[in-house]
Design a protein around this ligand. Sequence first.
Ligand SMILES: [Fe+2]
Ligand SMILES: [Fe+2]
Length: 169
Amino acid sequence: MDKKLEKLINEQITKEYYSSYLYLSMAAYFESMGLTGFTAWMKIQAEEEMIHMRMFFTYVNERGGRVILESIDKPPADFESIKDVFEQTLEHEKLVTASINNLYKVSKDINDNASTIFLQWFITEQVEEEKNAKDIIDRLALIKEDPMGILMIDKELGSRPQPVAPAAA
Ligand SMILES: [Fe+2]
Ligand SMILES: [Fe+2]
């Protein structure tokens, strides 16, 4: 496959891995607060990122490229509030969206149709990822710091289903 795209997808593998690490750190923060639902939701989020990572990993190999793993940055361990966690989640997802959009653009510029089609799934996924974070921020804003409201959201987030990996993962 095209060397430039191969390098960018390798970088994306590291970004997805870091995303997983970041969300796992957020899960640990929630766990320390006894918020079991928020913890479960973030652990699932972390698992989803590992699915993304594996999809890119598999794709590079399928196209005859070479996966080169880089080191993963240390994620933040402490957060100011529950709301702060989801604001950081949204900001992080926006960065990932920009990164995926760039991959998509490069694939089009070099007329790599297989990559463009492969990347379409991630474009759609990022819409969902940003929406999920934003929905929780909106609900947290509604209840403000009310403990009963937080426990209600905690209960609801605890019922998030396990992620289903697409065939490519
Ligand atoms: Fe992702
Ligand atoms: Fe994500």
